[in-house]
Design a protein around this ligand. Structure first.
Ligand code: MG
Length: 267
């Protein structure tokens, strides 16, 4: 077989280039820099001390305060999901439960600052560990998550514990009840404030009681809840729906209501 001269010359010209290429070191893929929160702790740091155990208040001690006050917006009273946009989750025995892969649940109404009361229960059938056990979450304004997780005999990274401002502030204590028992959240949320130009004037903040124990004390959000990243703010409307997270675990919910705070007269 005869190789045309022109083709042979071209191949010879290419040879040094190929040799050069082979000599180049393989590109080094740098791991991404760790995401560090403003308090100095890496996001989801597995070495961060986990919250100390606290004894939940007995359900009887919380029963009266679990009843919705006058003026509360009832989001679930044990009967149906008519207050929710996507009522795809199963309602039974006065509660509803996450139907895995059915998606998140969002309220029809929108809220800003509010007192949110909700009760939830982790599945009795234990599957998985860490973040994979009884995981859900409640997002204020569709953006700011308070973690729901079965942390009964289940360790995970501190800023992902039940009662955490997820990825930002670990709870002050772990006051969770065992799977199957009802946990009570009272969440006092202050909406963030943005200027007309979208500049953050005042961050969102939250105080959380889990089973009557303070687990967040006026904690300020670094930004909109995210995963493995430092949260940042992005301007949004002054009200948004509440969102319950479908994280694939059959967490149950009952007795959910919201009290928007009274408006102070403007001067
Ligand atoms: Mg969650």
């Amino acid at each position: 077989m005869r190789i045309p001269l022109a083709r042979l010359a071209f191949a010879l010209l290419l040879l040094p280039a190929l040799a050069l290429r082979a000599a180049e070191p393989a590109p080094v893929t740098q791991p991404p820099p760790p995401a560090i929160n403003p308090d100095g702790w890496p996001v989801h740091d597995p070495d961060r001390p986990v919250p100390p155990l606290a004894t939940p208040r007995p359900a009887e001690a919380l029963a009266a305060a679990a009843m919705p006050p006058a003026g509360a917006v009832i989001l679930f009273d044990g009967t149906d999901l008519s207050a929710w946009q996507n009522p795809a989750w199963l309602v039974r025995d006065g509660a509803f439960e996450v139907t895995p892969k059915a998606g998140n649940l969002l309220t029809r109404d929108s809220f800003g600052s509010c007192h949110l009361h909700l009760e939830w229960s982790a599945p009795v059938a234990i599957t998985g560990g860490g973040q994979g056990r009884g995981n859900s979450g409640v997002f204020l304004m569709d953006r700011y998550e308070i973690q729901i997780l079965d942390n009964h005999d289940n360790r995970t990274y501190a800023d992902g514990y039940v009662g955490s401002v997820y990825g930002q502030h670990p709870p002050l204590a772990n006051a969770v009840r065992p799977p199957g028992e009802w946990n009570t959240y009272d969440i006092f949320f202050r909406a963030p404030l943005f200027s007309a130009e979208g500049k953050l004037l005042r961050p969102a903040a939250v105080t959380v009681l889990l089973n009557g124990i303070v687990v967040q004390n006026n904690a300020e959000f670094y930004g909109i809840s995210t995963w493995k990243k430092v949260a940042v703010y992005s301007a949004h409307p002054p009200a948004g729906p509440l969102r319950l997270q479908d994280h694939g675990d059959r967490v149950r919910f009952r007795n959910i209501w919201v009290v928007p705070p009274p408006e102070l007269p403007a001067k």
